[in-house]
Structure formats: C-alpha cells, structure tokens
Design a protein. Structure first.
Length: 138
C-alpha cells in the first residue's frame, strides 16, 4: 500500500483530558458524557470525533462514486450516529448507523450508491467485521 496522507493526535487524560493534533489545528478539551458519569454540559468525546470522521469520510466516498458514475444528484449528507455499547463480558464496543441523504435520485439508486461508497470508504473498511455499521437511506 502507498501512504498518501498521515496525521497525528495526542490525547492526555483519556476521556477527561485534552486532544491536540501535531499541526495544532485541533486542540480541545474532552469530557466523559453525562451518561458515563461525566459532567452535565456540552463537551466533545471520542465518539463525537469518530462520528464526525466517519460521516465526513463516507460523504466524500459517496460523492466520489457519484462523480465516477456521472450521476446527477442534489447535495448529499451523511449523519453518523455512534453508540457506545457494553458487551455481556464487560468490554465495550461501538455501533454505527449512517443516515444517508442523496436527493434527486430514486431510492434504489441511492441504496446502490451508498453500498458502493461503503466498499471504498476507509472508515467502512477499517470497521468492517469489527462493529455493526447500518446504512439507512433517508
């Protein structure tokens, strides 16, 4: 494989700490969500970052497929819902639902495009077989 991009982010303090990218573009505090015993309020957490990355990456993959196949659509959007799950053995896992909107095409075509994007998206490929990822066409 050929490396085409690399980035690095350092976390200190885990879920109640800070994350900072090597290029200093990202430099934010993270907190556990209230549901995990964290403080009330609006804070970033690892699942938020994962959802943002997956949604943006999948939408890019989707638009690459649309361009490659020369299909006319409206502006696409992808919402990633990331669930933190507790397994029976006490370990943790993630579950993802990608809500995909592809305006101005028939539902069957939207489903086909979404499934093709799911084959090329790096996040989809990284998670395949490891976590449940459901594609939901809006």
């Amino acid at each position: 494989m050929e490396k085409i991009y690399s980035t690095a982010v350092t976390a200190t303090g885990g879920r109640n700490g800070f994350v900072k990218s090597a290029d200093n573009v990202l430099d934010v505090e993270v907190k556990m969500p209230k549901e995990l015993g964290g403080p009330a309020g609006k804070f970033l957490n690892p699942e938020t970052f994962f959802a943002a990355g997956f949604a943006a990456c999948f939408d890019s993959a989707l638009n690459m497929i649309i361009r490659t196949e020369k299909i006319k659509t409206g502006t696409t959007s992808v919402t990633a819902e990331v669930d933190l799950l507790k397994k029976d053995d006490g370990a943790f896992a993630l579950g993802v639902v990608l809500a995909i909107s592809i305006p101005d095409v028939a539902r069957a075509l939207a489903e086909e495009l979404a499934h093709k994007a799911h084959q090329v998206c790096p996040y989809s490929n990284a998670t395949r077989g490891n976590i449940t990822v459901d594609l939901l066409i809006k």
